[in-house]
Design a protein around this ligand. Structure first.
Ligand SMILES: *[C@@H]1O[C@H](CO)[C@@H](O)[C@H](O)[C@H]1NC(C)=O
Ligand SMILES: *[C@@H]1O[C@H](CO)[C@@H](O)[C@H](O)[C@H]1NC(C)=O
Ligand SMILES: *[C@@H]1O[C@H](CO)[C@@H](O)[C@H](O)[C@H]1NC(C)=O
Ligand SMILES: *[C@@H]1O[C@H](CO)[C@@H](O)[C@H](O)[C@H]1NC(C)=O
Ligand SMILES: *[C@@H]1O[C@H](CO)[C@@H](O)[C@H](O)[C@H]1NC(C)=O
Length: 341
């Protein structure tokens, strides 16, 4: 072979490698983008909830924008700033670790609203209203808040006045807790911390993840499955709200827990992908309106008897965690369509 021939062969090989790589990339992308066409109507959207503060009180809405990182108020509701699901989180000053209602059930009593173009209003029983300047990363300190499994999450600190208010309300002290804000400008990266999950849940990726949600951008609960659980406990004070869903779907009664088999869900223009069963912890045993823990660990204790996940958590399941594949507006009363693919 002459030098020219070798050069030519190398070019061909390199070209082939590039093509193969691009083809692979295309295939990968393509695989992700095939949205099914065979939809089946299973019910309708009965409730929509946004939790502006992680572990905080729910905000019920009749419509919401479904973004890649979860639900957001629409501009009709709030002209100045639209609150996002789990866009705020309480964290410990000492080590920047997030805090939830698992340790501080009083968090569930906190309501967040938009006060004016510059301030959020934060309310809790026995506390005066706190007005927090809507933080931004020029005026406020950028920090990394540690979430589950030590995952570090981009955040903006809300300042000393908010820190004082939260420390007083939760700890009855002047320091200890601070408030973090996520402006949605960065996505989370779970590839270093959640390997066990990524290996087991094949459809779960970085793009499934919400702002400060435990993992995915959305949680859907089927009312029929909750009704079945309530019957088993014979306690009527337990409701879908114990499970802190974003979407509650109600439909005709067939047999419980069919949502486990839904691979794809379509509500209006929005297309969602089932990426994970939602494993449940002791937070479900705290009454979401009074913050009182159930003495008998219900509804978790009953759920443990018949609905354990076979995934890495070995915890009981209620609801499905969804990735947003096509964004848009969703409304209470919208038809819910599913595809098993
Ligand atoms: C940050 O907030 C301050 C005070 O509200 C405001 O003056 C400033 O314009 C904001 N910066 C950005 C980049 O939004
Ligand atoms: C998401 O995951 C990939 C690895 O699959 C990684 O390279 C990337 O940096 C991650 N982070 C974000 C924010 O997308
Ligand atoms: C995830 O993806 C695989 C194929 O890659 C599929 O077989 C599986 O059913 C999907 N769904 C869920 C919820 O894991
Ligand atoms: C909820 O569960 C019931 C009972 O399994 C089922 O009939 C219904 O299709 C499910 N889905 C919706 C959207 O309600
Ligand atoms: C029902 O649940 C509520 C709240 O979890 C609890 O306070 C109450 O004691 C329970 N009642 C019965 C009869 O188990």
């Amino acid at each position: 072979m002459t030098v020219a021939q070798i050069a030519a062969n190398t070019t061909v090989l390199a070209g082939a490698a590039v093509l193969a790589y691009l083809g692979f990339q295309f295939f990968q992308k393509k695989k992700k983008e095939i949205i099914p066409w065979n939809w089946e109507e299973v019910g309708s959207l009965s409730h929509l909830y946004i939790y502006p503060l992680k572990s905080g009180h729910r905000m019920e809405v009749t419509r919401a924008e479904c973004t890649e990182v979860g639900l957001k108020q629409t501009e009709e509701d709030e002209k100045v700033l639209q609150l996002r699901d789990r866009g705020l989180v309480v964290y410990a000053e000492r080590n920047n670790e997030f805090r939830t209602a698992r340790t501080y059930p009083q968090l569930m009593q906190i309501d967040i609203s938009v006060h004016d173009e510059k301030h959020l209003a934060i309310d809790a029983p026995t506390m005066r209203t706190l007005y927090v300047k809507i933080p931004n990363n020029t005026d406020n300190k950028e920090i990394k808040i540690k979430l589950h499994k030590g995952e570090e999450c981009y955040s903006i600190d809300c300042g000393d006045e908010a820190a004082l208010w939260f420390s007083r309300y939760i700890l009855e002290k002047d320091t200890g807790l601070r408030l973090g804000y996520h402006d949605g400008s960065q996505r989370r990266d779970i590839t270093k911390t959640h390997n066990k999950y990524l290996e087991f849940y094949k459809n779960l990726t970085n793009s499934s993840i919400g702002l400060y949600s435990d993992l995915t951008s959305l949680l859907l609960v089927n009312q029929t499955s909750v009704n079945d659980l309530k019957q088993r406990i014979s306690n009527t004070t337990i409701s879908a709200n114990n499970f802190r869903p974003n979407l509650v779907v109600d439909g005709l009664d067939l047999k419980p827990y069919t949502e486990d088999n839904w691979e794809w869900i379509k509500i209006g223009d929005v297309v969602l992908r089932n990426v994970k069963d939602c494993t449940r912890c002791t937070m479900t045993t705290i009454d979401p309106d009074t913050s009182i823990r159930d003495k008998n660990r219900e509804p978790l204790a009953t759920l443990e008897k018949y609905r354990m996940s076979n995934g890495p958590d070995a915890l009981p399941v209620m609801g499905i965690n969804l990735e947003v594949r096509k964004t848009g507006i969703i409304k209470v009363g919208d038809k819910v369509l599913v595809s098993k693919k």
